[in-house]
Design a protein around this ligand. Sequence first.
Ligand SMILES: Nc1nc2c(c(=O)[nH]1)N[C@@H](CN(C=O)c1ccc(C(=O)N[C@@H](CCC(=O)O)C(=O)O)cc1)CN2
Length: 283
Amino acid sequence: MAATILYGKEIAKDIREQLAGEVAELKQNGIVPGLTVVLVGDDPASHSYVRGKARGCEEVGIRSEIIYKDASITEKELLEIVYQLNENPNVHGILVQLPLPAHISEKAVIEAISSEKDVDGFHPVNVGNMMIGYDSLLPCTANGVVELIKRTGMTIEGKHAVVIGRSNIVGKPVSYLLQRENATVTMCHSRTVDLPSYTRQADILIVAAGKAHMIGKEDVKPGAVVIDVGVNRIESGKLVGDVRFDEVKEVASYLTPVPGGVGPMTITMLLKNTIEAARNLAR
Ligand SMILES: Nc1nc2c(c(=O)[nH]1)N[C@@H](CN(C=O)c1ccc(C(=O)N[C@@H](CCC(=O)O)C(=O)O)cc1)CN2
């Protein structure tokens, strides 16, 4: 039986309607949630993502601002911008778009952002709280993946989840979040020996390797939920995932497309975090 396609775009629309209601309620109490995004350099994909974040804010009523900086900015100058945003009471969420130019330390920039305004959920305080299971601002893509799986109506508890990829943005946090939902989680990566022997055991397969079309139907257990986090631009200019969509849809129970699957959920979870940060900071 063919898989049900999980259109993140439609689910994101649903969630955004709910978030718009939450923003309206905050505004009635005199709080206008505000997000500032800092974008360094001229990477076209980053510019497009940042525009998407501003559009999302407008849709739900969050005040947003984008600070554009040339790639020649020094690390010290960028840190100064972050320190000023930390002090600004109208800014509840701060996000520095990644990747940064090689001469700027991502670690230094992430650590400079106030953990209470870290709407990416990348600050070590937020990562630590997530690992322990305390409340915190959660990494957006990972949180979006878990939300998508929940929307299938399946029970995550007791399922075997296999995650391919161990990045700080997706692989590591999604593994912790699924473990928090009581899944049994196996983390695989580029050095895993005999990857298919793991993927074929997965009830839930999260593919975040950044390698176009690496997963085919022979790698998937029939009936598995398959979430494709890959966004790869191939030679023809087309955007494709890490999963061979047309093949895997024949065996999976649920499958996300690329584009239109996980991507739109990332920005929606950012909006959710900004509202949560505004609420927390007003306490
Ligand atoms: N500070 C951050 N930097 C980066 C993050 C992040 O979460 N925080 N993640 C990625 C980029 N990203 C958000 O910033 C992002 C990537 C993809 C999408 C998205 O909607 N993708 C669409 C396709 C878009 C296209 O046509 O190019 C989809 O999959 O449907 C949104 C956000 C790295 N940097």
